[in-house]
Design a protein around this ligand. Structure first.
Ligand code: GAR
Length: 205
């Protein structure tokens, strides 16, 4: 299976997935990293590991169609089977979602459908969880659909909110769980064990 990873930042999820691939826990390759951010930490890590990187930014194209075409071309050239969003902070164009229907997944640092939607990313999520006084938060892996954070949920794992947590301590604990959960979901997908029926996900053991 060929995975195209999209990331915008430090890329710790990308690293965790690549580690699982390198350790042969997942029968897959990562022939492409796409980023919108030329300063993203994930670029250096990809380059060190021989993974081709493409910086694809809407602002570099005068026409939206050209931008979308460029994304689709890179994905096709990499023979992409699965698109994995790992801290990618831009919306995926509808045309890409149509072409890769139920083949685009995302990880979100809370228990969706709570604490999702536009603007809910990174520390905003953890601040909102703490402001709401939640005792439990977690991680969600879901298929990506046109509406933010609304796609069928594939897997979730809870993380306790501790007394005295701040957004940073909570984010760190949630991130550890992300690194454990995401590659396991990708492995299930690579084994063909994830099915979507009526917008609900079923996973074979
Ligand atoms: C992760 O916590 C991920 O769940 C979150 O961004 C972080 C990226 O970290 N994604 C979202 O908030 C998406 N709405 P990373 O660059 O170290 O993988």
């Amino acid at each position: 299976m060929k995975i195209a990873v999209f990331a915008s930042g430090r890329g710790s999820n990308f690293k965790a997935i690549l580690k699982a691939v390198n350790e042969k826990k997942i029968n897959a390759e990562i022939p492409l990293l796409i980023t919108n951010n030329p300063d993203a930490g994930c670029i250096e890590y990809a380059t060190e590991n021989g993974i081709p990187v493409q910086i694809v930014r809407r602002k570099d194209f005068s026409l939206r169609e050209e931008f979308v075409k460029s994304l689709l071309l890179f994905l096709a050239k990499a023979e992409t089977d699965l698109i994995v969003l790992a801290g990618y902070m831009k919306k995926i164009p509808d045309e890409v979602l149509d072409k890769y229907h139920n083949r685009v997944i995302n990880i979100h640092p809370a228990l969706l459908p709570s604490f999702g939607g536009k603007g809910m990313y990174g520390s905003n999520v953890h601040k909102a969880v703490l402001n709401a006084g939640c005792k439990v938060t977690g991680v969600t892996v879901h298929f990506v659909v046109k509406e933010y954070d609304r796609g069928p949920i594939i897997a979730q794992q809870c993380v306790d909110v501790m007394q005295g947590d701040n957004p940073e301590t909570l984010a760190a604990r949630v991130l550890e769980t992300e690194h454990q959960l995401y590659w396991r979901v990708i492995r299930k997908f690579s084994e063909g064990k994830i099915k979507v029926v009526n917008n609900k996900v079923f996973i074979e053991e």
